[in-house]
Design a protein around this ligand. Sequence first.
Ligand SMILES: *Cc1c(COP(=O)(O)O)cnc(C)c1O
Length: 462
Amino acid sequence: MQYISTRGSAPVLTFEQAMLTGLARDGGLYVPESVPVMTEAEIAALAGLPYEEIAFRVMRPFIGETFTDAEFKALIAKAYAGFGHAARAPLKQLGPNHFLLELFHGPTLAFKDFAMQLIGQLFQAALGRSGQRVTIVGATSGDTGSAAIEAFRGLSNVDVFILYPHGRVSEVQRRQMTTPADANVHALAVDGDFDTCQGLLKDMFNDFAFRDRVGLAGVNSINWARVLAQVVYYFSAAVSLGAPHRAVDFTVPTGNFGDIFAGYIARQMGLPIGKLVIATNQNDILHRCLTTGVYQTESVLPSLSPSMDIQVSSNFERVLFDAYGRDGAAVAQLMNELKGDGAFTVSQGPLEMLRDTFASGRVSEEETSATIARTLKASAELLCPHSAVGVAVAEQNLGANPMVTLATAHPAKFPAAVEGATGIHPALPPRMADLFDRPERVTRMTGELQAIEALILERTGA
Ligand SMILES: *Cc1c(COP(=O)(O)O)cnc(C)c1O
């Protein structure tokens, strides 16, 4: 299995290389050269298996020779051992044919743990055998950062630097990033929004001298290994609801397009997914793009669902690559237009492909709050605001297939939004109850690339 860049001119890599690299050297994102397909019988055989076994069978064809089967099984087992639920990704019923896929039972209470806990294990194993050191730099709108810190803290061959937008993450999110005491963890509060942080990260990757000197590795959702880990729960949920014998629909609260892109891969692998619905908050670039054909960035509006306050949706490039018939030059051209003009127009054929592949909807702040309140009343479920965006859009897309909405975070991660909508203050699980008593450690930075690179060089001694 080999990996190619969406911009067509970076080296072809193995799974291990693509995982350790993150962003391709031509600015593109790595995707598998071809997506392996599972037969109907192979999918049917997943029903009733433990999550870890489904994970092994779904991901195995993608990893090539990077790990033996026994090694890979052991790493998967370690990755999910710290989850607070035996099913890992349990399904709950919200309505007659509407289900909630709870992806928040990991150590930081958001779905990012599914990928990040696994990536932590995979990095450690790969670096352990090569003796290599890497510097992980991540940009976060809140949840990726804490998940990365939790996955890599204390590892001897890794430093983790997390850039988050100062003042724009919830207090729980911030404390999850600033309270780990491990010396290899560095939380940086940057003046700006998430797109500022993500832009800085991309600039660091494009500074090849710096990149090579510190051994820069990326674990943002641009990392293929993260997307791959997220493909698994589409399979576990769908087979629980009768796939492959019946099709299942999914609605996914979306920001950087990583989670929903995993659903797209699951469908390409042969999982019968009917509708695949993009749910956005008021930062609705993806919904606008599908509706009008124009991908136009605007300024980020802070919302009740901050992990989706994103205008440049990185993983969208991966599906554009397919929509343009895997023409890397065409994608590079669009990304240049985006960089220059802040916008590009999707041509007719690719736009039709996107509209055939995805449905979409946008949810206002009022609807988000109303959905939290309504769902509590109707189904006794307390939703986080991101999950509420998903549920609101899913309700407009219910049909004959079972609908699964991805619940991307625990309500206690966003207590202000939940309390504002319902009057109920959601409690943290007992294992995190002392979060507000732990001392914080954070470095405040301006959005200046040079200063951040200098700090990373100093702290890593590279
Ligand atoms: C990251 C995140 C999202 C958005 O996921 P993408 O993969 O970026 O689309 C939604 N909800 C929560 C809680 C998140 O942490």
